[in-house]
Write a protein that binds this ligand. Sequence first.
Ligand code: GDP
Ligand code: IMO
Ligand code: MG
Length: 430
Amino acid sequence: MSIVAILGAQWGDEGKGKIVDRLASELSSGGLCVRFFGGSNAGHTIWVDGEKFVTHLLPSGIMHRHVLNLVGPAVACDLEVICDELKIAERFGSEVAIDRSAPVVLPLHMLLDGLREDRAGAKKIGTTRRGIGPLYGAFFARNAVRMGDLTNADKVRASLLERGYYEEMAALIQLYGAHAPTCDETVEWCMQFAPKVRPHLADTRRIVCAAIENDRDVLFEGAQGVLLDVFHGSQPDTTSSLCTLAGVNASFGVYQFDRVIGVAKAYATRVGSGPFPSELTDETGDRLRELGHEFGTTTGRPRRCGWLDLPLLAYACRMGGITELAITKADVLSGFETIRVASRYVFEGGVMHDDTFTSRVLRESSIGYRTLSGWKEDSLQGIKTPGAFPTEFHQFLDVIRQGLTRSSDNRIVPITMIGTGPDREDLVVL
Ligand code: GDP
Ligand code: IMO
Ligand code: MG
C-alpha cells in the first residue's frame, strides 16, 4: 500500500491530470484517487485512446473502473460541472463519493467573482471567474451551503439564511451594480442538481481513514500549483486555496506520505495576472505557446510562456513538501538551438537562498540565466528508456538537479518521471 500526493510545482497546468491518470492505473483494486482542494478553476487533461477528457472537479482517476474517486471536504463544488463529470465516471464504470461537508459554489459567488474583476481594471487578478475567491472567503468566514444540504431544500435555505450569508452576498452584488438572484431562486438552482449528486454523498474523511487502516493505496490529486497557493504564491495574484501538501493535511488529517510528486513543465507558463520573471514576450514565447498548445483548459486564454525557473521551482518544492519531481512537456523543447534556465535571483543586492519569493521579490529581483545547447532530435515522443534521451537532454536534467539541491543540507529532489507527449504512454520513468 502507498500514500502518494501529486502537486503542481509551478503556476498550474503542469500536466498533473496525465500523471494522476497514469498512477491511478497502477493503484490496487479499491484504491482511492482524491481531489482535495480548489474547484472548477482547475482543468486537468487526460488523453484516452486518442480521445481528450478534461476533469475540472472530479479526480483524474475516474477513467479507471477499479478506482474509488473522492471529492474532499474542502473542494469548492460547482454542481453543474460535477453533474457533467459524473457522466464521464459512469461511462468508465468508476465510483465517485463526494464529501457532505464540501461547500457549494453558488451563482452568487460566480457573479461576485466577475464583478470584482471588472471593477479592478488594470489591477484585476485574471481569475477564472468560477467563484473561487468569494466561495473560499465565505468558507473561511464559516458560511457555506454544504453538499449534504442538498438532501432537502429547507436545509439549503437555512444555510443561506444563517448569519446573513445570502443577505451579505446579495448586498455586495447590488453594491457593485448588478442584480442578485433571490434566495428562493438560489435554493431552486441548487436543488435542480440534488437528484444527481445525492447518491454520491459520503464522509470522505472516514473513507480515507478506513482505506489507510486497510492498507489500500491512496492517491491525492492537487489542483493549481504551489506558486498559486494562497499562502506561498505571489498574493494577490494567486488562487484562494491550498495547493501544497498542507491541503491534504488540513482536509484529511493525513501527515505521512510515501511519495510527494511535484509536477513541473520543462519550461514555465502562467495564466492571468502576476509577476513572471522568466516570461518571454517575444517570438520564442510564441513558439513555446504554439508547440506546447498553451491555451487555458478552463478558459481558453493564451498562457503566458517563459523559461524554466529553478530558484522558484526549488522554493515550490520546499513550501509544497515535494520530495520528487515529474518533468513534463520535455518534447516541446525539441528543436530549440539553445535553451535557457533561470538560475539566480538577486534581490536588494543579495542572492536569494532559501528566502521567500514574495510578489515584491519576483517584481524587483534581477534574474541570472544559464544557457544550454538544445537537442537536434525533432521529438522525444516515443522514447521509452532514459538511455535513449539525447546527451543535451541529460545535461538539461543535470542543470535542474543542481538548481534543486539545497545548499543548507545538500538535500536533493530527484527527478523520477519525464513527460514526452500528451498521451498516457508518453512517460519515461527514471
Ligand atoms: P494540469 O492542469 O496540470 O492537469 O494540466 P493541463 O491539462 O491544464 O495542461 C497540460 C497540457 O499539456 C494538456 O494539454 C496535456 O494534454 C498536455 N501534456 C501533459 N503532459 C505532456 C507532455 O509530456 N508533453 C506534451 N506535449 N503535452 C503534455
Ligand atoms: P490547474 O489545476 C492555471 C489561476 C487563474 C488566476 C488565478 C486566480 O488546471 O492547474 P481563481 O479562478 O482561482 O480565483 O484564479 O489562478 N488559476 C489557474 N491557472 N491552472 C489552474 O488550475 C488554475 N486555477 C486557477 O488563471 O491567475
Ligand atoms: Mg490545467
